[in-house]
Design a binder for this molecule. Structure first.
Ligand code: SP5
Ligand code: ZN
Length: 359
């Protein structure tokens, strides 16, 4: 890739560093947090070193956030750590993160109405679907800052001021559904940004999710929508997180029938195979007639990623940007997964350089 100064703005909010996962409960054991603030700092430093200007996220009101997410979820994220501390969980049993416990699944309720418990440790299961996505002091501020970063990035491309922007929206968002957090995600930054484009005059937008994991939250949010095309390439959910969504036969419903494309891929998938699947997804996006594209840019497809099983290497990332640029659409990339901290910066820069080189 020729060296060139990146002109793509990196949209950033200092609040995004305030979330500290500290730990996650995985198959019943507490392990170190995976989605750490250093990931975002490394990506920012790499983009800046490549010449990208940093643009401060501008505050947006809650209108579009409330259009995408259940007010119960946002209220919970705003208040749960205070209630958790008030009820003494940080000292007994010694857990200062909000950890879900009982999940009111459809199978538990058997059709009975969902009741909201008074106890904070009871309520914790209502707005989460896994045990890996803990809430602590600063989580809400970070998640809300990430939403502002994503909204600002799409403003920059929708206005025509930029063809491409990168939203450094941490914590990530693509696993968050309308009413539940999961997969290290609290608010669905990309879904909110897509809705914002539609609210501001676009008729059709596309989300291309290249994270290693299926973007089940984004899929669920737009499942019955004909104005958002969602395409995702990801680990086969038969083998990997999020397990309950991401299969190839999930095509959307109602007005959204045909507007959802899942391309599950086996463990060990290399760059050549993966890029062929990307071409399939992009051809569908082009046929849909999207006016803008949002990219859920997880770089956990990397061969050295500690929680993933694909085999992309550093030379594959510019090819991702190059192919997405071939759509010729205003494009906002957004931070998602990628846990090989030493390489998340160079791989992200690679995507943006590939995009600019092709555009
Ligand atoms: C945004 C994003 O990439 N979220 C990923 C959520 C995946 N969570 C499942 C991780 C499984 C971790 N396995 C732990 C292995 C410990 N040795
Ligand atoms: Zn991921």
């Amino acid at each position: 890739m020729p060296t060139m100064s990146l002109r793509t703005p990196v949209v950033w909010s200092d609040a995004c560093l305030l979330h500290e996962p500290k730990g996650e409960v995985w198959v019943g054991v507490t392990i170190e947090g995976t989605e750490i603030a250093a990931r975002a700092e490394v990506i920012r430093a790499a983009l800046e070193a490549a010449g990208a200007p940093v643009a401060a996220a501008s505050p947006h009101d809650d209108t579009v956030l409330d259009a995408v997410h259940d007010p119960g979820l946002t209220e919970w994220l705003r208040t749960c750590t205070t209630d958790w501390a008030r009820d003494g969980f940080p000292s007994n049993p010694g857990q200062n993160r909000v950890v879900p416990y009982v999940f009111p699944t459809a199978a538990m309720l058997g059709g009975m109405p969902l009741r909201t418990p008074v106890a904070v440790n009871g309520r914790a299961g209502q707005f989460a679907y896994d045990t890996m996505t803990l809430v602590g002091p600063g989580t809400w501020e970070a998640a809300r800052g990430a939403v502002d970063a994503a909204l600002t990035a799409v403003d920059l491309v929708a206005s025509g001021d930029h063809d491409v922007a990168y939203a450094l929206c941490r914590p990530p968002g693509h696993h968050a559904t309308a009413a539940a957090m999961g997969g290290f995600c609290y608010l669905n930054n990309v879904a909110i940004a897509a809705q914002h484009l539609l609210d501001n005059g676009m008729q059709r937008v596309a989300v291309v999710d290249v994270d290693y994991h299926h973007g089940n939250g984004t899929q669920a949010i737009f499942w019955e929508r004909g104005d958002v095309f969602f395409a995702s390439l990801h680990a086969d959910p038969h083998d990997d997180y999020p397990f309950f969504a991401g299969h190839a036969d999930e095509v959307g419903a109602g007005p959204g029938h045909g507007c959802n494309l899942n391309l599950p891929l086996p463990p060990g998938t290399d760059g050549a195979t993966w890029l062929q699947a990307l071409d399939v997804a992009l051809a569908r996006v082009a046929a849909f007639g999207a006016q803008a594209v949002l990219v859920s840019l997880g770089v956990d497809t990397f061969e050295k990623d500690p929680i993933s099983a694909f085999k992309l290497n550093g030379r594959d990332y510019p090819q991702i940007g190059r192919r997405i640029a071939g759509l010729g659409l205003p494009t906002a990339y957004a931070f998602e997964g990628g846990y090989a901290t030493a390489e998340v910066g160079t791989n992200t820069v690679g995507v943006i350089q590939g995009h600019l080189a092709a555009a």
